[in-house]
Design a protein. Structure first.
Length: 79
């Protein structure tokens, strides 16, 4: 890999990992469907830790997946 690709990937992973804990906590469409269908009351609300590790892992993994897909597509087109 070229240095630009490595630096760009590192920057993207760092940014996604740092910013993902600040994602919106507003209810999404699945929450609305659960409320409409009547099974939202069975949802348990876990304690929220100081650092949201799921969001950190999601930002990290999502960036790697998108990078791998884009890199794969670029390699296929280069042939």
């Amino acid at each position: 890999m070229k240095w630009f690709t490595i630096v760009a990937l590192a920057l993207a992973i760092g940014l996604a990992t740092a910013v993902s804990p600040f994602a919106s906590s507003a209810p999404d469409g699945l929450t609305r469907v659960a409320a409409d269908k009547g099974f939202a009351a069975r949802e348990s609300t876990p304690r929220t830790p100081l650092i949201d590790y799921q969001a950190l892992l999601g930002g990290f993994a999502g960036t790697l997946i998108v990078f791998a897909a884009g890199y794969g597509l670029a390699r296929v087109r280069a042939r």
